[in-house]
Design a protein around this ligand. Structure first.
Ligand code: GFB
Length: 340
């Protein structure tokens, strides 16, 4: 099958490759994947070493390191409550990070860059499964419109660089992500780590009921972060088009179904209630992944398997994972992780 932007030549594993956000959920997985696929010159900076909201520092870094490949996985991310409560932070911090990194990469002519966005860029009532061409065809979900606008600006930034300068930059839009090392803070997390923590605490305290947010009826698609990392490398090796590429599994579950899977994985047998005063967010967000599958990629980690592995990671790391700050808090975040 012919796909617009197909490039049948893998990138050179010796290329100096900068992963922005390499300590975050996504960046750390991309780092591991590239390392295991033979990349010999990976570079990363913690937010303490390089604050990506500081434009001059970012330009200095690019001028001195001169990476040939950039994976832009640094972003301020959070779940529905954090996005809804701190829209200024999600808009402004993300615009700063991505604009600084892309401007600095352009200044030294980085030939290959991947920008990572999120499935929340698509209209709230987009036809399901959501095709890439649904972008900018309708109104956004209000609980995350600020984050979505920043990510849409990133896609346009990549497309504009391709048009004006002819550099082979690309964008990938992951669906809701999860995996070991995620943010498990009650206020800042996405639903999956939020439920793992809540059911684990209930099991350990002997609580007979657990209360989750919203109605439980919204549908979400969940992708293990290691599958995303595999897709990112596949796209860097095989894709060179201006259209952003959806990355997902092709199937979704209701939040209620998700809660049952998590409760089983944790071993909690009490009652689950739903707090309908909390927002549901968008009713459904299932990506059409036919562009990616036509490039011969498919996910390999089932939801049950991925949740069991993430629960095990959480139980083994409960104390440090619980102590993490909410990623949605109004803090100076320079280099976290990208979210679907
Ligand atoms: O994962 P989540 O925060 O992200 O919430 P979104 C998904 C659904 O789970 C919503 C429900 O309907 C929530 O009401 N939910 C139930 C919970 N219990 C909980 C809980 O304890 N914690 C959380 N967080 N949710 C975010 C966006 O949207 O997803 C971001 O705000 C980004 O911009 C990210 O796109 C992937 O899918 O609703």
């Amino acid at each position: 099958m012919t796909v617009e932007g197909f490039v049948p030549s893998p990138i050179d594993r010796r290329a100096k490759t900068y992963i922005a956000g390499h300590r975050g959920l996504v960046g750390s997985s991309v780092w591991r994947r590239m390392g295991s696929e033979g990349f010999t010159n990976l570079i990363g900076r913690t937010s303490a070493e390089l604050d990506l909201t500081h434009r001059d520092e970012v330009f200095e870094f690019f001028k001195s390191e001169r990476p040939e490949v950039v994976v832009l996985a640094a972003a301020k991310v959070g779940g529905i409550l954090a996005n809804n409560t701190y829209p200024v932070d999600f808009l402004s911090t993300n615009l700063q990070i991505q604009t600084n990194v892309m401007d600095a990469a352009l200044a030294i002519g980085v030939p290959r860059l991947m920008f990572l966005g999120s499935s929340c860029i698509y209209p709230k009532y987009a036809e399901q499964p959501i095709r890439e061409d649904a972008l900018l065809t309708g109104l956004l979900e209000p609980t995350n419109d600020a984050y979505a606008i920043a990510k849409i600006a990133g896609i346009l930034h990549v497309q504009a660089v391709r048009r004006q300068y002819g550099l082979r930059w690309i964008s990938a839009m992951p669906t809701n992500l999860y995996g070991p090392g995620d943010n498990f803070s009650p206020e800042g997390s996405h639903v999956l780590p939020g439920l793992i923590r809540r059911y684990d605490e209930a099991k350990n305290s002997g609580a007979t009921t657990v209360t989750n947010w919203g109605s439980g009826t919204p549908r979400r698609e969940f992708l293990h972060v290691d599958d995303l990392a595999s897709a990112c490398l596949h796209l860097l090796d095989n894709y060179d088009g201006s259209k952003q590429v959806n990355v997902g599994t092709g199937s979704d579950v209701t939040i209620l179904e998700l809660a049952e899977i998590v409760a089983n994985a944790v071993g909690y047998s009490g009652i689950t209630q739903w707090d309908k005063t909390k927002p549901d967010g968008t009713p459904r967000k299932l990506l059409d992944i036919s562009t990616l599958t036509s490039l011969n990629w498919k996910p390999s980690i089932s939801l049950e398997e991925g949740i069991a592995q993430t629960v095990k990671w959480y139980v083994d790391n409960r104390h440090t994972a619980s102590a993490r700050r909410p990623s949605g808090a109004a803090e100076s975040v320079a280099s976290e992780t990208v979210g679907g």
